[in-house]
Design a binder for this molecule. Sequence first.
Ligand code: BGC
Length: 810
Amino acid sequence: MSEDMLDRLVEKLDLVQKVRLLSGATTWRTAGEPAIGLREMVTSDGPAGVRGEAWDERLTSALLPSASAIGALWDEGLTEELGGLLASEAVRKGVDVVLAPTLNLHRTPLGGRHFECFSEDPVLTGRTGAALIRGIQAAGVAATAKHYVANDSETGRMHVDVRASERVLREVYLAPFEAAVEAGVWLVMAGYNGVNGATMTANPLLAEPLKGDWGFDGVVVSDWGALRSTREPALAALDLAMPGPQGPWEVLLVQAVEDGHVPEAAVDEKVRRLLRLALRVGALESNRRPSAPAFGSDETRTLLRRTVAAGSVLLTNRGVLPLAPASVRKVAVIGVHAGSPRVQGGGSAGVFPARVVTPLDGIRARLDGLAQVVHVPGPGLGVPPAPLGTGWCSDPRSGKPGVLVRLLDEAGRELHAEHRLSGTQLEPPVVPAARTVEISALLRPPATGEWTFAVAGFGRMSLALGGRTVLDGEFPCTTDDPAIVHVNPPRHAVRATVDSTEPVLLTARRELVPGAGRATIVAAAPPEPDAAAALAEAVRAARDADAVIVVVGTTEHTETEGHDRGDLCLGGHQDALVRAVAAVNPRTIAVVNSGGPVELPWRDEVGAVLLTWFPGQEAGSGLADVLFGDAEPGGRLPTTWAASLADAPVTHARPVDGRLAYDDGIHIGHRAWLRTGKEPAYWFGHGLGYTGWEYEAIHAPDEAVAGSPFTVRVQVRNTGSRPGREVVQVYLARPQSTVERPARWFAGYAAVHAEPGASVIAAVRVPAHALRHWSDTEKAWRTEPGTYQIMVGRSAGDLAWEGALTLRAV
Ligand code: BGC
């Protein structure tokens, strides 16, 4: 179908029909229009997986490593394959539009959604995002570049007004979105925040550069609930208001057109874009897309396992890794995260994996029959209790593992009851007369003592144990942030003594009140072991083992949408635990399970430090591959890691009087570190493999022409005894510039594989864009002719070569 035919479809609709298409029909669906053969289109969150239309633990999804792990791949081919997997999941779940990738930047290490963004660097983020988009869209599923723009932290995210110059926006924060548009992305999501005084759903940046300069021909969709008025967003080039129904468009937009405040041509243009999307995803009668997913479960596992290894970043290695399975008879696996890893971050990106291979499972499977594996969790993490599951809870009615969810009317009569597998019920069934959600379970506590129980939600909530009320209170909703109201409401805890010999009935109730969402969570945690005794047990196990794998990490309470982090500490007694085991066993490998940077005060005391990020469902298999040398740790840091938060260039993102000034300007990430002259713990780009490399020869042009790309060819030799992959990076600098510049900036990379002893050439293409700068006075891109420095190396802080390039004007 051609563009002309889109026009003809638009002409068939009257104003009311057209406006109806511009708001969601439901939380996740766009509206359909039988008169023109248009069906509803289904959207669903990414980027770590495709949840589908329901928050239901029984509807499982493939769980990919989180975005920071994908940013660590520096591998567009593999990223594209992952995009294909997301598309396959979308097809399996009847989803047309995946709400991913997130293209915001790691401006501060405290960002709550750091795990959901690829990197600190606009070029790496743009290349990675473009690859994911290509992979998703190749299968006829739409990708969504979000959140346009400068939505880089969570504090006050619904209303914060980011202040940044046009140069800073164009060169840094808009750049990954420009790359997404170049890759042909079909949707862009306008964020909750404002930029320079206008909320993003009504911001002039939607028209320019997005739709004008860059020529974006897709749909601009609002973040969920971000539309706050009728006219301004309609005039400012927003196309689709989600969710629906009953948003600020619909009747009010019809009215605004009839009153002459919004031209009907603006509505037509939005509908045309929506129909173009329908054409692309096969939502018009004439062009249904294939309905079979491309990935089977074995292929999914293999791809995800490979990705875990490829994204793991080996920060230091004092000859400990890889561990030869034949060299160990007993391995101590230590830490709570070894048995209960954090496989994804919190918030709207969450999915329910069908399985999770824990680090302990992965290590046990690899060493099965070869060595003894001892697991000691060590001290507890001191975090709020985890939601009930199937472990020691059963449905009091059916006796099946899990919980019973009931909906009650005003008089407490049962209207609906169902068996569920989790104490997290974010979308209890909608029954019109229901006033209360009740979650109950028969607990068989594995330990006697003082347990912690918690309920989460808004409104009146109570919790009873064996018929005795232990918590009863009113918890009013004080936020409009959907990630808190619908996904992660605050938990209210109480302690109570339970006896492991006596099953006890737990009953939690939450009153349903308008405007406060329906999410209801019931959680419980056993008494924490005595920290000193747990530490001593871990030390004993470490002393007695040939190698120690200590897994530490963050929790769902630190890295989650809706909040920024307060510090970069691992929390609990985890630092003490690593130190204590490393002190008695030099073959200690610290595995860090976090989505973003954490302080590693013991990093010089351990044999190796390996980052696994939030690794998704195949966490343990991919980790075991790396630990035992079946795969190389392939990742490179997508973000500079501070030794301590106090050193970081941007240490908070707290708005002042509602404004957040991006005073750091164009100096984001490694650029900012270079400017301050401080040394981070690990630079952007850093990561070790299992072999050594020599940079033998570098051929970079002496001259180039403004506006044309050039290539730097780097010959590297694998000097070790194993095959390996090297990521060759190119940075640029312009010391004599007439405009402010970063000390140096990342311009491109190429990854090469080589067998032991072999020499290969990495060809790093530097796009013409890498040399331009935005002139705020001329409101245009400019390229200064003259001398630039080209630097080649293994990270932003480890450069092997430097040369000069003269750029000639065209
Ligand atoms: C998030 C988006 C997400 C949307 C729908 C919002 O709160 O910011 O990233 O796509 O919810 O779940």
